[in-house]
Design a protein. Structure first.
Length: 408
């Protein structure tokens, strides 16, 4: 059965003090729930990458922690259609007329930047789990923003360094033509060059492209050791599928900078051909991640396993509720974000960490290699751990980001 959200109308009133009140209690005694708006792509290229899975992950966190922390929570969701103007309009309506306190997820960095501009104006909090561009904690940083799961610096530098040191000395990029893709290419290219490699070329494609043949032909003709896909979601899957069909991976190594567990079912392990990924979460990592994944899969209409951004939604929602328990109000977005920064992070999916002054959440990142079909022993058994990257090595140093409100 498919899940069909009605994003701007459907609401989930979830657990906590609001449901525990005795029937005789007056409405005046009921605390107003913390209202979270989950905004992402519900219907297009990123719908499996985040979509309803992000709502499910947030709901699971509320189920686990709302009553314990005494923080009632209400969740609404909306489809931004990968359009910055649509995302900004939804955020403005949420803040102005629907009492939404915090906007979360926001894949598509152009949309995230547009929503953050509205949040800055209204002094509301924003937490990015699906948003990727490292400019969000760099030149475009905001006191109203927390960047939770990953960013283009961590992904680009982690993979660029590892693959170049593994023999992939020359690179060609096939890049999504918007902020996220360009930023990811730039970060990866920096790491490739720092590791002694070179970039021989790149090409840009529109979002949600159906035919990559001309781009892949340019990559093939470049003679590069590595053809890197600096895009995400359905675009990454299509790139791998068509590259396999055209034989691009025969003599050249393929690198999907955002490849993760949600891409593999439509591709197959033979198509990704032992590609490496950089991620902060893999569902089969330990008992805690497996327990979360089992609950998530049971709640998902497509029975998918969670990826890192779904896990980020769970962990960030938990931490947001901890901060709300301290502040008792979400009216002041900067105050709420400051409370999140003041509390050390600790959850069953990412472990212990901190939120840096620029809003960057710090935790280890991991390099995984895709298994071969013969190595995969059960459903969703797709990756094996190669190495762990310490938080201070995974994410951009604070003094290199250029965040305007961070003092040197």
């Amino acid at each position: 059965m498919e899940f069909s959200p009605a994003p701007s109308r459907r609401q989930f009133l979830l657990g906590g003090a609001a449901l525990a009140l005795a029937p005789s209690a007056s409405r005046a005694d009921t605390p107003r729930p913390l209202k979270i708006g989950v905004m992402n792509d519900m219907s297009s290229v990123y719908s499996d990458f985040q979509g309803v899975g992000s709502v499910i992950a947030a709901r699971l966190a509320v189920d686990d922690f709302s009553a314990k922390l005494g923080v009632p929570v209400e969740i609404v969701s909306a489809d931004h259609q990968n359009k910055p103007d649509v995302g900004a309009a939804i955020a403005r309506r949420w803040f102005d007329t629907e009492n939404v306190d915090v906007v979360m997820d926001l894949p598509n960095s152009a949309v995230a930047l547009a929503v953050l501009a509205v949040a800055n104006e209204k002094n509301k909090a924003v937490i990015g789990s699906g948003a990727g561009s490292s400019v969000l904690t760099g030149p475009k940083c905001s006191r109203n923003f927390v960047h939770w799961t990953y960013d283009t610096y961590a992904w680009g530098h982690g993979l660029g360094k590892a693959v170049t040191e593994g023999g992939g000395k020359s690179w060609f990029f096939v890049t999504a033509d918007y902020a996220f893709g360009k930023d990811m290419e730039a970060n990866c290219a920096d790491a490739v060059k720092a590791a002694g490699g070179s970039v021989v070329g790149s090409v840009r494609h529109p979002l949600n492209t159906a035919d990559f043949s001309s781009f892949l032909l340019q990559a093939q003709n470049s003679g590069a050791d590595v053809v890197a896909f600096a895009n995400a979601g359905g675009d990454t899957s299509t790139c791998f599928k068509q590259a396999h069909e055209f034989g691009v991976g025969g003599k050249q190594r393929l690198a999907g900078l955002t490849l993760n567990v949600t891409n593999i079912p439509s591709l197959g392990l033979d198509v990704v051909d032992k590609a490496m990924i950089c991620t902060g979460f893999y569902w089969d990592e330990n008992d805690g991640t497996r327990a979360f994944a089992k609950r998530f899969q049971a709640a998902h209409a497509k029975k998918m396993m969670p990826n890192d951004m779904h896990a980020g939604m769970y962990a960030a929602t938990e931490h947001l509720m901890k901060a709300m328990a301290e502040t008792k109000s979400a009216a002041d977005g900067v105050k709420l974000v400051d409370a999140m920064k003041a509390i050390p992070t600790d959850d069953p999916l990412f472990g212990k960490g901190v939120i840096r002054v620029d809003g960057r959440k710090l935790h280890p990142m991991y390099l995984y290699r895709a298994k071969t079909p013969a190595e995969s022993k059960y459903d969703w058994d797709y990756f094996e751990l190669v190495s762990t990257i310490k938080p201070e090595d995974a994410f951009r140093p604070l003094d290199k980001g250029g965040c305007p409100f961070v003092k040197a």
